[in-house]
Each structure stands twice: as C-alpha cells, then as structure tokens.
Write a protein that binds this ligand. Structure first.
Ligand code: 6GU
Length: 245
C-alpha cells in the first residue's frame, strides 16, 4: 500500500512513522508513506494556500488550486482513494480501518483552519473521515491515527506473538485487566484466579471482567450484543444492570 499525506504541517506526522510497528511495516515494504507540504503547490508569489471565506465570517479556507494541483501530481491515473480528514467525516472504526487496509493507494488530505473549499470535497474527495467527536487544530494528527490503525492490520504487519492470543470475545468487548509480576506490589494483590493455572476459570474471569468494564465505560457497545442469562447475572451481581420487573 502507498499512502500520500497532503498537509500544511507534514512534520507533525514524520516522527511517529519512525518507530514501532509503523516503522517495521514500512521496512518490510508492505507500506510506503510519502509526506507532502501543500505549500509546494501554491501558485502565487506569496505561496498562499488559504484565503478569506466568501460571505464573510471568521477563519480562513484552504484554496482549491494548490489541492487540485497536488492531487493531479499524486494521482495521475485517478486510481487513489482520497480521504479528507475532518470532524464532519464518518467515524473511523476498526471495521473502516480494516476495509481501507485492502486499498492500494490512499491520499490523506489534512484540513486546517476552517477547512477546504467545498469544490475539493465535491470533485476530489472519496471519503471524509473523523477520528472522534472533538475538534483538533488540524487533520495531521487524525491522519497519523488513521495510518497507524490501517498500517497495523496490513497482512503480515503484526508478528505472530502480537496477533496470536486474542480472546474469543475481544472483538465485541473492551479488554479485560492484565497483570504481570510481582504477585504482590505495594500491598496490592494479583487476583488469585490468575495464579491458579486453571485455564477455564481464567477465561471465565477475563470474560466477566471485560463484560463489566464494557457495561461501565461503553454501554453503547453492549446494546449491540445479545446478552445471555449468565451475562446478565454477572452484570446484576456487579450492580451494573437494573433488576428487571
Ligand atoms: Cl479528522 N480533523 C480535525 N481537525 N479535528 C478532528 C478530526 C479531524 N477528527 C476529530 N476531530
């Protein structure tokens, strides 16, 4: 996969590409990331990339000409999937990251200021994506989040050890608690069941903890699942569901 990032501050993205899984996935040629400064396609002598909004109001708008020129260079055969990172986009989810990982060429357009001229959206952009319901000062960090989420699910990106050991329920629930040595630290003890070596009981405990944590932090995720009688009993015992009348 090739990812071209088109941004006013591409240097925000650069350092994170040099570490960890993202570095490895690039080293093994499964992913190439090219960073581009939109200003390189500015046409006037002041290299301006933004201008005042028609109709008035606060803030600046990214001009169409540099973006169209950049995309003409980066996407001459018009085969790329062009993503505009904006709080107005559809939410980035694990499912969306996994489907994007099947593409061969992504162009990530990072917004700044009040965003892009609408004609960029109309003519160039394939998909608008947001990384959550809050406002960032620009799309660069969101692009980095997307690159990380997509990069780590490219075939062969994760080592055997990283991709093995997934719990049967890990798709639908938040993760269960984890502990490592020592078994007692500052008077705090690791739950006895984890030291027991009883794999069935360990699995049951992890499932119950994941279920309770999900009910507490993300009840919206539980709503999408069919809870069993046993699930409901676990949540009731923890005071996390109302007793049904
Ligand atoms: Cl993609 N961009 C900006 N500027 N803010 C955001 C975002 C994107 N996603 C959430 N907030």
């Amino acid at each position: 996969m090739k990812i071209d990032v088109l941004a006013l501050f591409p240097e925000i993205v650069a350092p994170a590409l040099k570490t960890g899984i993202l570095k490895r996935v690039q080293d093994t040629a499964k992913l190439t990331v090219n960073l581009h400064n939109l200003r390189d396609w500015a046409t006037d002598k002041h290299k301006s990339v933004d201008d005042y909004p028609y109709g008035g109001g606060a803030g600046m708008i990214l001009k169409p000409e540099p973006i169209f020129a950049a995309v003409a260079t980066l996407n001459p055969r018009e085969t790329a999937h062009i993503i505009y990172l904006t709080p107005q986009g559809i939410p980035l989810t694990q499912g969306l990251a996994e489907s994007l990982s099947l593409e061969t060429h992504l162009i990530l357009l990072c917004g700044r200021y009040k965003g892009v001229d609408e004609r960029v959206r109309d003519k160039l952009v394939t998909t608008e994506i947001s990384i959550g319901d809050y406002v960032l000062s620009g799309g660069e960090i969101a692009a980095l989040v997307l690159i990380d989420a997509v990069g780590r699910v490219l075939p062969g990106a994760l080592g055997d050890y990283e991709s093995a050991h997934v719990d049967s329920f890990s798709q639908d629930l938040l993760d269960h608690p984890h502990y490592t040595r020592p078994a007692e630290f500052a008077g705090m003890h690791v739950p006895e069941v984890l030291l027991s070596g009883h794999h069935e009981n360990i699995e049951k405990w992890r499932y119950a903890e994941a279920l309770k944590r999900t009910a507490k932090h993300r009840p919206d995720l539980l709503q999408k699942l069919e809870l069993s009688e046993e699930d409901i009993a676990i949540l009731k015992a923890a005071g996390l569901v109302e007793p049904t009348k």
